[in-house]
Design a protein around this ligand. Structure first.
Ligand code: GLA
Ligand code: ZN
Length: 679
């Protein structure tokens, strides 16, 4: 497979979405209209079969792929490719009736009834056996069809199962992890507390809601196990398909900020990372530009799961969704902007859920390219068709990638540990928000940071922000030290380096794992503030930052104090410090920000870090996003006006592929306007 361009056969961007013709098999007129409309909308791919188990195997052992083959054939003849999905995301009634152990057991030990979707037990031998059969048949019958360009595995993996079989797998997983030595586990989980000592692995249960929830190590390993188990299931599906058709690339669709799975463990087993993007546009809590900036963060996170190849936006709503608190329409022009944002952030696809609105049941009012009214004469259809046109115009940019020299560290293990820790303020931990907010401020400076794990290779970065890195592994600590030693600009914050990977506190002062010497500070106490409490920081240049939520009291051992607290019994104490390493161009810096402040206040610090690292800051007008994709094919600058007002961006030079105009200096963008400028 040519890895750089996702679909050599398409030779540009993928435009399409989930197609569910199995809901319309009794309406050949509609199926015919579909193909005709797809061509009008510039659609070149569909994702087929996502929930088609019942249509492909209506009763056990009786297979019907003819309808699917006909659809794939017909699409292919019309220049439309198929991303073929395994149907394991939902099960037909016969399966649960015959094999009840396929159904998931909840956190109180109660088995689910048949229904909805995504409620299967990942370890159930019965379920796996049935999935193996249908996947193999699917691959044998359709995997080598010239129209099939990729496999889509299941759908939005997620959820936990507490059944006896999963519990037994969990014990086996733990026994292997702790070298079959129960005392190793007892030590790691600090079970001498509250008489929690285990005599054998057989005594361990999952953290049932009405059972053991007070052992942090157990809770964390359960989350890790759920990722392991899901990944094991996903690999089982991939291996089944690849035993028949080894050359078809695979993807699985992820969800934004999903907390249930450590996607970094799954990504290596996929050829392409894809994800489903459903922002709450025009909500009542933030500006549209802010919603866009958050979405840009989600794109960056997905992109960074595989840094050297484009990702895919597998799903997005052409109009509206049906499951937000308020299902608001996207205002005219916002669809184009959202689609182009995905591309700007490194996606080689713009795909929708779904092609045509179904008539009944749960998703009957979810937006789709084709409405219940049918035909092409709708606002939504026209906007989708416009995107199809634009994607053709910017096709040369396909295969290029975003190359960032700055990264934000974000770990799932750390996230889970912070969720669970009994400390700080119960409602103000907000790890994710802190990460997103810092990331957004960099974006306003024109920096599209990667989002990577603390134990990943940092050698390509010169600026790293590592907020609230509560859990630090030896690998992460070594990584951070090496980063600063070779001249990197590093920012850590309060609540860094408290626990190791088992959630045992470091002894001898925080931040542990050798980070005390890197930052030259010891954090002695952390003060949690009530929501209305405030403290302040006064910086050397006289500027002041407001402190909320958290303030650590530092002992400064070997660092320059850049800011001090203004209030309370620790007034005058260090709040922002910097320890510098090396000389000249390779001068690294380890900043420690001991308190929480609005990330917008820290922008001067971010600018200094970037400038010291030799990264040019490109501050955009209010509401404008700037992203760059590069590759052998050239450099493409994306300007996205996420405001409804006309804006002017200076210093833009090149050919705008969207309008075909040459820009020489200033670029004028209408409200929600986009430009893709080839330098
Ligand atoms: C998810 C699912 C789709 C569909 C959409 C609706 O992303 O993968 O099947 O239900 O949500 O927004
Ligand atoms: Zn189970």
């Amino acid at each position: 497979m040519e890895k750089k361009i996702l679909f050599p056969r398409i030779g540009g961007f993928v435009h399409g979405g989930d197609y569910n013709p199995d809901q319309w098999l009794d309406r050949p007129d509609i199926l015919e209209e579909d193909v005709c409309l797809m061509k009008k909308a510039g659609v070149n791919s569909v994702t087929l079969g996502v929930f088609s188990w019942a249509a492909c195997e209506p009763v056990e052992g009786e297979f019907h792929f003819e309808w699917m083959e006909q659809i794939i054939d017909n699409l292919y003849q019309n220049g439309i490719y198929t991303i073929l999905s395994t149907p394991s995301g939902a099960r037909p009634a016969w399966l649960d009736e015959r094999y009840p152990e396929a159904m998931r057991v909840d956190e109180r030990g109660v088995r689910n009834h048949h229904g909805v979707r995504h409620n299967h037990c990942m370890t159930s031998p019965e379920y796996r056996a049935k999935v193996a059969v249908i996947d193999r048949k699917l691959a044998e019958r359709l995997g080598s069809h010239p129209g099939v360009v990729m496999y889509h595995i299941s759908n939005e993996f997620g959820g936990e199962c507490y059944c006896p079989h999963c519990a037994q797998k969990f014990r086996e997983y733990l026994a292997e992890k702790f070298d079959h030595d129960i005392e190793k586990l007892n030590k790691a989980w600090w079970t001498s507390f509250w008489s929690h000592h285990y005599n054998s692995f057989e005594q361990i249960e999952p953290p049932f809601a009405n059972g053991e929830t007070s052992v942090m190590g157990l809770n964390l390993e359960w989350k890790r196990f759920t990722t392991w188990s899901t990944d094991d299931f996903m690999q089982f599906e991939i291996n089944t398909l690849h035993s028949v058709t080894p050359d078809v690339p695979v993807t699985a669709n992820f969800m934004q900020m999903f907390g249930g799975l450590d996607y970094r463990k799954l990504a290596p087993h996929l050829d392409v990372v894809s994800w489903d993007n459903y922002p709450t546009f025009h909500n009542d809590q933030e500006t549209l530009a802010e919603t866009f900036a958050e979405t840009a963060f989600h794109h960056a996170m997905m992109r960074s799961l595989k840094r050297d190849v484009p990702f895919m936006m597998m799903e997005s709503a052409p109009g509206l969704v049906n499951w937000h608190r308020v299902n608001k329409l996207k205002r005219p022009g916002v669809h184009r902007l959202a689609c182009l944002q995905a591309v700007a952030a490194g996606s080689d696809s713009v795909q929708y859920f779904q092609w045509r609105k179904g008539r009944g049941s749960y998703e009957q009012f979810h937006g789709a390219v084709v409405d219940h009214s049918g035909g092409e004469d709708t606002r939504v259809f026209r906007e989708v068709a416009e995107v199809g046109e634009i994607l053709k115009k910017i096709a040369p940019a396909a295969g290029t990638v975003v190359k960032s020299r700055a990264a934000l560290l974000f770990d799932w293990d750390n996230r889970w540990a912070i969720w669970d820790v009994k400390a700080l303020g119960q409602k103000t931990k907000n790890y994710e928000k802190v990460c997103v907010d810092i990331w957004k401020e960099f974006l306003k400076l024109g920096i599209d940071m990667d989002v990577v794990g603390s134990d990943e290779d940092l050698s390509r970065y010169d600026v790293v922000a590592a907020p609230m890195l509560y859990m630090v592994t030896p690998r992460a600590a070594a990584n951070l030290k090496a980063f600063v030693e070779r001249g990197g600009q590093l920012l850590a914050t309060y609540f860094t380096g408290y626990v190791d990977e088992d959630q045992l506190c470091f002894l001898g002062g925080f931040p542990g794992e050798g980070l005390k010497s890197l930052f030259g500070v010891v954090s002695e106490e952390i003060d949690s503030l009530y929501p209305s409490d405030r403290n302040g920081i006064v910086l050397k240049d006289g500027s002041r930052w407001e402190v909320r939520d958290y303030a650590e009291i530092l002992k400064v051992v070997d660092a320059e104090v850049l800011g001090t607290y203004t209030e309370d019994f620790y007034a005058g104490g260090a709040a922002l410090t910097c320890r510098r390493l090396g000389e000249g161009a390779s001068r690294g810096a380890a900043y420690y920000m001991a308190a929480r402040t609005e990330s917008s206040a820290m922008v001067p610090l971010f600018e200094k870090m970037l400038t010291d690292a030799g990264i040019a800051v490109r501050r955009m007008p209010e509401g404008v996003e700037y992203h760059v994709r590069t590759g052998e094919e050239g450099v493409y600058e994306f300007y996205l006006n996420c405001s409804g007002e006309t804006v002017r961006v200076e210093d833009v030079r090149g050919l705008d592929l969207v309008t075909g105009n040459t820009v020489n200096g200033s670029l004028v963008l209408d409200g929600y306007g986009v430009a893709v400028v080839r330098a």
